[in-house]
Ligand binder design. Structure first.
Ligand code: G3P
Length: 218
């Protein structure tokens, strides 16, 4: 399973990358705004900085919501850096734009996916990645993980190559359950990824080992 970090924060991206387990980065306009990155030129420059920091795919989201606008913006984003994946919203023109980019060999990530039907459309349109938002479904008392299971089943039934990129991942259990189901990718904040490290018995065991070593060598 690939690990992407869902942030525009360069420090967090570097920290996850330094751990040696990072496969890519996802961003969105809200995450850019959170880091105070505003204005088209600054946002584009920030995407390039992220690409230079990591080896994997970096999703860059279009702002346009009409087909022509998405095509123009997506082509410009894709030309920025070979690691850029054009992120498109799951709306009618987004599906059309996804098919357009797929025909041109430009990689896409269809975002804001909340149903199996939407994921099926994204696969039909040749999306490289589909991003179902688990956490936001959980927020409205719907089972986000059940959606990942449904999409896995549907994609496997037909051999769709679109990768399931479980997004809006918020915690360790989201990651573990995605791994059990066979999500291709998860994207979440550094806290969720680093949460995988933690177990109290590891800390207690290490403290004991170090204390015993000291006793034997004092
Ligand atoms: O990858 C999608 C993500 O940025 C949304 O996460 O936590 O705002 O629902 P969240």
């Amino acid at each position: 399973m690939k690990f992407f970090i869902d942030t525009a924060n360069l420090k967090d991206i570097k920290e996850a990358n330094d751990l040696g387990i990072l496969d890519g980065v996802t961003t969105n306009p809200s995450l850019m705004a959170k880091e105070g990155i505003t204005g088209a030129d600054n946002i584009l420059a920030h995407y390039v900085k992220i690409c230079e920091l990591v080896d994997g795919d970096v999703s860059a989201e279009v702002i346009a919501t009409d087909f022509e606008g998405m095509v123009a913006e997506g082509e410009m984003l894709a030309a920025l850096h070979p690691q850029i994946v054009v992120k498109l919203p799951m709306i009618k023109d987004g599906v059309k734009a996804c098919k357009y980019f797929s025909n041109k060999g430009i990689r896409t990530n269809v975002t804001l996916v909340f149903s199996a039907g939407q994921a099926l459309l994204a696969a039909k349109a040749g999306a490289t990645y589909v991003s179902p938002f688990i956490g936001r479904l959980d927020d409205i008392s719907t089972d986000g993980m059940a959606l990942i299971e449904e999409i896995r089943l549907i994609y496997d039934n037909y051999g769709y190559e679109t990768q399931i990129l479980a997004a809006s991942v918020r915690n360790v259990m989201h990651i573990i359950n995605c791994a059990k189901i066979g999500s291709d990718v998860i994207t979440g904040p550094l806290s969720a990824i680093e949460g995988l490290l933690k177990h109290p018995l590891t800390d207690i065991g290490l403290a004991t080992f170090l204390a015993d070593f000291k006793k034997g060598n004092s």
